[in-house]
Design a protein around this ligand. Structure first.
Ligand code: WQD
Length: 356
């Protein structure tokens, strides 16, 4: 039994040095990689996730990788009383909000579900925070909020556009809510991180992107073709006004993104801010296919298919602000992004379901 004086001393050190961070959606792709970096940097982490698009196995592996424990609560971010109980029980000091739906095409088929989860979920979370005076908040936003006519490269000082999908509209709506909240109460410290195209996996190959069903996004789909799960890739459009006719995107390694979140947490200031997290370097679909073939040593069969509704020909980030405000920049190369993606695929042909 520890003596009370020594124990109290340890407790005060514990509470002083370790911030307790609530990570909603922490069992998902970007969330799980961010949880890993938070634990590595000495934060106490509580994950709230309903596991609709995340895996408990991911969190188990994060604990093994870091050699530290985290707390997990299964539940829906829209359950305000649950969020309140978590904030009180764990003495939450900071919130990183990843929980949300993110499939663009699906959002056009099911807008109410997207507005409910992404907007109502954020409102319930923020209300619980207000009631418990927790006011440090990092929001998982997206380049899609720039809309369809923004000047390239996208800069944070351009106004939010009108995204075409309910998914994009829900992200823009939450950004607006957060801006109004900070305007009304200057004790809030809020940063919206606008991701470009997150890809890759932790270089252990133990955690990675594990989408449900047929992947919408390019990299998981290419990975399944390389692994022989699909016979070919459909390249949506080969006749865009781009150098090789295929769309160009700003792909960023998920570990760079995770480190960007922790840098944003460490640099949170009063008020509201938005920051791009990207590389500033556009890569075309054909270039991505070639990069993947070079890494996996296999041909990626593809066909040029019609353009996909809602796709923009090209966009990428101006990421000067992240460097200036967060001292952060993406450091992992396209080759590393693809190597880490392929390693995750080969070590986990069925994603986290390998364990079942
Ligand atoms: C990339 C490029 C496709 C699949 C979306 C969301 C964004 C973010 C990331 C959440 C495009 C082409 C793709 C395929 C293809 N989501 N492609 N064949 O659409 O740029 O961004 O995901 O945060 O908000 O908008 O990513 O990976 O779907 O597509 O040719 O089978 O690959 O046309 O040009 P996207 P993506």
């Amino acid at each position: 039994m520890r003596s009370s004086s020594k124990y109290e001393e340890q407790l005060s050190t514990f509470s002083k040095n370790s911030r307790v961070v609530l990570v909603t959606g922490g069992a998902g792709f970007i969330g799980s990689h961010t949880v890993l970096v938070l634990l590595e940097q000495g934060y106490q982490v509580v994950v709230l996730d309903n596991l609709s698009n995340g895996s408990y196995e991911a969190l188990t592996r994060v604990e093994k990788l870091v050699g530290k424990r985290l707390s997990f609560v299964k539940g829906d971010v829209r359950d305000q009383s649950l969020v309140t109980s978590i904030i009180n029980k764990y003495k939450i000091s900071d919130v990183l909000h990843f929980a949300g739906l993110k499939a663009v095409a699906e959002s056009t088929l099911n807008p109410l579900q997207y507005y409910s989860v992404n907007i109502e979920g954020s409102l319930a979370l923020l209300q619980a925070m207000v009631e418990n005076s927790v006011k440090r908040f990092i929001f998982s936003s997206s380049a899609t909020v720039y809309g369809e006519n923004a000047k390239i490269p996208y800069r944070e000082d351009s106004s939010r556009g009108t995204p075409s999908s309910p998914y994009g509209k829900s992200k823009a709506a939450v950004e607006q809510i957060l801006e109004d909240l900070a305007q009304a109460d200057d004790s809030w410290q809020i940063c919206c991180l606008r991701y470009f195209n997150p890809i890759g996996a932790h270089n252990s190959g133990l955690i990675g992107e594990d989408p449900e069903g047929v992947p919408n996004n390019l990299l998981p789909y290419i990975s399944h073709v390389a692994a022989g799960r699909y016979s070919k890739l459909n390249i949506f459009g080969g006749d865009y006004k781009t150098p090789d006719g295929t769309c160009r995107r700003d792909y960023v390694h998920v570990m760079d993104l995770a480190e960007g979140h922790v840098a944003a947490l460490q640099n949170l200031v009063a008020g509201f801010d938005v920051i791009n997290l990207g590389t500033g370097v556009p890569v075309s679909v054909r270039e991505m296919v070639a990069a993947y073939e070079a890494v996996c040593g296999k041909e990626i069969a593809f066909e040029i298919a019609p353009q996909r509704a809602g796709d923009l020909p090209e966009f990428w980030s101006d990421c000067a602000k992240a460097k200036q405000k967060l001292s952060w920049e993406a450091v992992r190369s396209l080759k590393e992004m693809v190597e880490d993606t392929w390693q995750w695929q080969t070590k986990n042909p069925l994603g986290y379901h390998n364990e079942e």
